[in-house]
Structures are given as structure tokens and as C-alpha cells.
Design a protein around this ligand. Sequence first.
Ligand code: PEP
Ligand code: MN
Length: 353
Amino acid sequence: MSFKLENRRPTVIAGPCSAENIEQVFATARELQSNENLKYFRAGLWKPRTRPNSFEGVGAEGIVWLSEVQKELGMSVMTEVANAEHAELALKHSIDAVWIGARTTVSPFSVQNIADALKGTSMPVMVKNPMHADLGLWLGAIERFAASTSGEVAALHRGFSNFTQHKYRNAPMWELPIGLKSELPDVSLFCDPSHICGNTELLSLVSQKAMDLGMDGLMLETHTKPHEALSDASQQITPEDLQKLIAGLEIRSSLKDSTSDRDLSALRIKMDSIDEQLMELLSGRMEIAKLMGEFKKEEGLTVLHLERWREILRTRMKWSNELGLSEEFILRVLEQVHKESIKVQTDVMNQDS
Ligand code: PEP
Ligand code: MN
């Protein structure tokens, strides 16, 4: 079975972040059933939570609910498997396809264990990118599954952990899925805007960007009562809103090959992504300037320290030289950035405490 719908784009995978109880699973599946773009109903059973003591999923009990959805509603169902035991349960219950979570893709040991459990089967596997921006790990996991199952192996872009960026829960870094597509042009590529955004406001924008890049489909977390969800409540939408989101997408077929590096729109999206990161970094720098302003104010220090400015110039010119950037250009950038930092610090100094 192919991950992609034949004559429709995007192919959609939707359903709750987590299966919570049989009623919630069926209520969501029923509302999604009439969605013409829907290929798979998703629900997480074993939830890889960052901190302990949060909802960790219903576990093996929920796999029965998924097979009931499959039998009673005739829908294809999909869940995340994080170890060999999960994979064996998915096979035993004839789950239609599985995905590999971002926390699993980082570990070649875990990936290989799951691949071994699927060896000789035809289970389709969708591989999420690893937590951090490492294209090799993502490609490696895809290769391990391609060597184990005869089912389709596809890629799922869910963004990357990032300490400096706050706009997204996980920075999209579009240059990575573009890189994956140029390495593996025949592998279907899906996007998971829910985990990139971490909120519902940016979902349409990110979904549109994925379409503009020629991606095949979208995985979107969907819940009948998003605010009551036991996991990822802030990023889930109702089946009705999902329908609206899909209807609002502009699908341009002429950009079919836009994930190739030579295409202008792919280069533009890469450039946008880098500029977005630049803005986030500059904003982070100004936040630090503010903290420095507060410190200097408390300690009775002056804003401008010539010695420090000279050191900034010296080190940055050296770094930029090593990167092949023109001295004249970097000097102009540094002067402007420094000027703004001084302004930010002076504003803090002048504030009434
Ligand atoms: C999920 O799809 O619910 C999930 C846990 O995603 P990720 O592995 O991308 O964090
Ligand atoms: Mn989730």
C-alpha cells in the first residue's frame, strides 16, 4: 500500500496525538471519515514524553481500539512504534502502517532493533526526522527500514529541537527536507506541521510551505476537543478545522520538482529559513543586551566599553574571515548590531527602576 493518495494532494494523516479512550478514538475517527484527503487515521499509544509524570499513553490496550476503527469504519490506521515489542504488536494486530518518532530516529540501535522486528514483512514505515538537524541519521534510518520491510518507506519532516528559536516548537529548517529529497528523490516526503508549530496559529502557513516545496502530504494532530487532550493540547485542531485548513491550501502542480536544489523556489525557501534563523538569533542577542543593561545599571557601570568593542571587532572579523565573508560587509553589519545593542542598553539604563 502506498502512503500517497493517487489523484489528490496533500495526502493527509490525521488523528489525535494520543489515543485516550475508545470513545475519543471513535469520535475523532468518525469525524475524519468523510475527509477526502485522509489516507490514514493516526493515534499514539506509547508516548515518548520529555519529562516523567506526564501522560505516557494507554499502551497496548489502545491497539485494539485502532483495529476496531479499521474494521468498523474501514479506515487505514497508523501508530508510532518505539521498540521491537511495539512493532511486533503492530504486526500482530494488522496495523496498516507505523511511524518512527523523532526520539527513536536519533538512535541507530533502536532503529535497527525495530527494523529487525519488521524484517521480511511488508509493513509500510514513515520515518520522522531525528530531534536534531542531522541529515545522515535521517537517511540512515530510512536505509535500515528499506532493507528490512518490502513495504513503502517514507520520510516525515517534524522540525528540529532548537535552543535559540522560539517561534516554532521545533525549527522547520526547510533546508533539511530539501536535502533529503535531493538525496532520495523517489522517497515520499510528508510534513508534520503540528510538531513543528506547537500551536494552531502557524499550522496553515507551515502546511502551505510544505505544499510549495512539493511535499506529498501532511500529518496533522486532530482531536474532537483539543483543549481537553491529554498530550499536545495546544497544537491539535478539530476535524472541522482540519477540513478548512486543507481547503485553504493553494496547490501548485508546476512546482512538482521544487525540492530539487536547482529550483529557484527551493532556493528561496532555504533562504527564507536561514533569514528566519538570523532574525531569531538577532532577537536573542538583543535580549542579552537588555540583561547586560540591567546588570550595568545595578553595578553603576557605563554602557560603552571601548576595550570590549575592540575585542568584538577582532574576534568577529577573524571568524568571518575564516568563513570567507568580506571584511567590509561584516564591519558594516557589526557596527549596526553594536549600535542597536547600545541603544537597547541605554533604554534599560534610562528606565525608572
Ligand atoms: C507524535 O507524533 O505524537 C510524536 C510524539 O512526535 P515526534 O516524534 O515528532 O515528537
Ligand atoms: Mn504529539
